[in-house]
Design a binder for this molecule. Structure first.
Ligand code: ZN
Length: 433
């Protein structure tokens, strides 16, 4: 199965109900190159105005849906001590390159044991403060205990259990948050706050998950439910905007105040970061770039319109277009990208059509927000320069009054949402104390 399938295909998720299995994986490179980067900045209000999007085009949807996994960033823990469900006996920090997987923007598989990077200076004193971060995706909830500076001390994934309905999903989220609190305490850490980010329509100010097609909840007061259970202050927001916040403070857009974070996966939605703050809009639906109509009368979109960017260029859209061009043919978006590199003329045509549609949509977004940088994440970003080079050329060829921004791969990969949840949690802790 290709990387795109891994990241986009709904069936790539584990069977719901699979309980996490602890595995020693050494230090996992969740943290940015600069672990001392400020996390308690005042640029972003902890609980912004109403936030949300009308689609499920979340960063989580574009993520590797590997479930039933738990890793402890315990580089000093002998593998035998943690494997098979043994306790974590010590915690230490890991640091990682800002872009751990190079120009393609991918991230390492979570299940893989990854050698720690960073020396003794990166160690975190046991007993230090941490926050609990939860990134709820369509099929997987990613959780972590995160130290100041963005270092993950513990990570764990669980299935959402969405087949059990929204009540079951809610129970799993709340249980997960509380279990992470207990894990933190058991390890001598001080959990200070919780950050929860979710897809769909989100009212961040009210702490309510308004709607999610995949998770089927409506007007769920998730922030308060988690707060009641854990007894901790809870920050709550939208997953793509949280991802944008993280890329801005820790990742590919570090140092850039105005940029667009655009995960391209099964869904397409963006986060406009304006003066360092992800912009939610008046109704919390800003950044719905996936529903800019780029091909009037074109492919039907899940939103009810035709020719939306999401319907024309998402991973499934690229695969479908290839299947239409090659009778009986089947290729994932990743395979189409690979065939472009191999000189397949049909793949090249399909790819060019997709890049063209993306450039048309992006140009509209740039006309509205005039960013100097576009950070592209999600499964499609793994095509690397096969995507970025023609995209830059297409933008340059089309731009009139628009500034042609830099196009960069996301640095935090699948962890952007979880990093963002942690940053939001640190923000409310800093505000509260
Ligand atoms: Zn649409």
């Amino acid at each position: 199965m290709s990387a795109y399938d891994d990241h986009n295909h709904p069936h790539a998720a584990p069977a719901d109900g699979v309980e996490p299995t602890r595995t020693a994986a050494g230090a996992v490179p969740h943290s940015p190159a600069n672990p001392s980067a400020p996390t308690g900045g005042s640029a972003v209000p902890p609980r912004g105005s109403a936030a949300g999007t009308g689609s499920e085009a979340s960063s989580a949807d574009a993520q590797a849906e590997v479930g039933g996994e738990s890793t402890a960033a315990g580089r000093d823990v002998p593998a035998a001590a943690s494997a098979g469900g043994g306790p974590i006996t010590s915690l230490s920090a890991s640091s990682a390159p800002a872009n751990p997987s190079g120009p393609t923007g991918g991230s390492p598989d979570h299940g893989a044991a990854v050698s720690p990077v960073g020396g003794p200076d990166a160690r975190v004193r046991v007993g230090g403060d941490c926050v609990i971060a939860l990134d709820v995706g369509g099929t997987i909830i990613k959780g972590g205990l995160v130290a100041p500076g963005g270092t993950f001390l513990h990570t764990e994934r669980r299935a959402t259990g969405r087949e059990g309905g929204p009540e079951a999903v809610t129970a799993r989220i709340v249980d997960f948050a509380d279990d992470l609190r207990r894990t933190a305490l058991a390890e001598g850490l001080n959990p200070r706050a919780v950050g929860v980010v979710v897809p769909g329509i989100v009212d961040a100010a009210a702490g309510i998950a308004v709607w999610s097609a995949n998770l089927r909840w409506r007007d769920l007061p998730l922030r308060d439910l988690v707060a009641e259970r854990t007894g901790l202050p809870v920050a709550f927001d939208h997953d793509v905007r949280a991802g944008g916040l993280a890329e801005g403070r820790l990742g590919a857009a570090k140092g850039c105040a105005n940029f667009l974070f655009l995960p391209l996966g099964t869904g397409v939605a963006g986060a406009f970061v304006v003066d360092g703050v992800p912009y939610a809009g008046a109704q919390g639906r800003a950044g719905e770039i996936g529903h800019i109509i780029v091909r009037p009368g074109g492919t039907p979109c899940g939103c009810g319109a035709r020719g939306c960017l999401e319907a024309e260029i998402s991973g499934p859209a690229v695969a479908r277009r290839y299947a239409e061009a090659v009778p009986g043919g089947h290729a994932t978006a990743a395979e189409v990208a690979a065939r472009v590199g191999a000189g397949d003329p049909v793949a090249a045509r399909v790819w060019e059509e997709s890049v063209s549609a993306l450039a048309d949509g992006l140009l509209i977004a740039l006309a509205l927000l005039d960013t100097s940088l576009v950070v592209i994440g999600g499964g499609l970003s793994r095509a690397g320069e096969t995507l970025f080079t023609p995209l830059r050329e297409a933008l340059a060829a089309r731009a009139t009054v628009q500034f042609v921004p830099r196009i960069e791969a996301a640095a935090l990969g699948d962890d952007a949402g979880c990093h963002g949840a942690a940053l939001l949690a640190w923000d409310i802790f800093e505000v509260a104390r």
